[in-house]
Structure formats: C-alpha cells, structure tokens
Design a binder for this molecule. Sequence first.
Ligand SMILES: O=C(O)CCC(=O)C(=O)O
Length: 188
Amino acid sequence: MYKTYLTLPEVVPTKLCDTMVEESSTYDDHLAGVMWKKEVDLKKDRNSKIRFYPIDHWIVPKLCEIAAEVNKEYYGFDISNLQCPQFTEYKKGQHYQWHRDIYPPEPDGPYPGLIRKLSMCIQLSNFEDYKGGILQVKNMDGKIEPVEGFKNKGDMIMFPSFNLHRIKAVTEGTRHSLVCWFMGQPFR
Ligand SMILES: O=C(O)CCC(=O)C(=O)O
C-alpha cells in the first residue's frame, strides 16, 4: 500500500551516528543550494551547511539494502543509482523551506538522464540536542501528515522525492542529519 512516508526506528546505531558526525569535518562544507533556483534566498529558502560523503562510504551498502526493501514493498520505483550521501548541519535559525527533492533530468550533470525518486533521511542528533528543526511532509492532498517515529538518533524516514517536505527552523542547539537520494530513469 502507498505510504506518504515510512519511518524505521534506530536503524543506524548511536555510535555509528556519532562517528558520522565526527568524520563529517574531513569533508568540505558548502552553503546549501536549492535545485530549482540559481540564487538562494538565505532567509526564505535554505541556509544550512552541507557536506557530501563519498559514494564508497562504509554506510552506503547498508542504506542501499534498506532502500531496496522499502522500495520493493511500498513504491516499486525503477531505481538504479544513489547520489553521494549529504550530511547536513542546522544551527539556530537554520531551516529548509517546503520543497520537493525531484528535479528534471540534467543531460550534462553527474547523473545524466536520471531523476531523484526516493528520499531517505537519518537523524544523527538526539532530539534533546536541539529545539525546532522538525521534518514535515505533505501528502497527496497537500495536507501536512504528522510524522511519527523520526525523532531519535539513528531513526530513518523514506518518502517519494516528489513529496513536499520541509525542515522547520532550529530554535536552539544543533541538528545533524544524513540525506540520500535514490535515482532512476524518469517516470513513464
Ligand atoms: O535534514 C533532513 O532531515 C532533510 C533535509 C532535506 O529535506 C533535504 O536535504 O532535501
């Protein structure tokens, strides 16, 4: 049965989440962009820092295994690729407005002809470490569907990349997350 989103509790053990946060500093940081805009409005759109882990990172095989199982059971998308996992840091006041992860295929981009189909996020921080910063997802009727089971360190959420979602501003502390996009040929 189709689900707006699917959550899986404590998929990544706490120690491994901490290791991922520690090792993130070895990768270059960037101010996050927005796929469909040339220039980001830092107040309105998105103002978090991101880093990319390499595609041969040790976490990747496990994530692919989980995505394959969830996709088979709930979505049945034709998936062939994973983009490099993105590490995100939201400090006080940082957020990501309502957006979809899907964008048109880029013939000259690093994944020619492919689109994002399935999005995956993992909490790398404890919910006591920050305030605000919640993820919200809209369903097919455009209504916000309350997200359950995506609060603790290591919890995972997956949803089709065409679903609107946002991260509300962090009001205290710091939130870290890992975001992955599974790609394939455009829907037909
Ligand atoms: O930080 C998250 O949990 C999700 C971030 C997000 O929506 C994105 O990078 O597309």
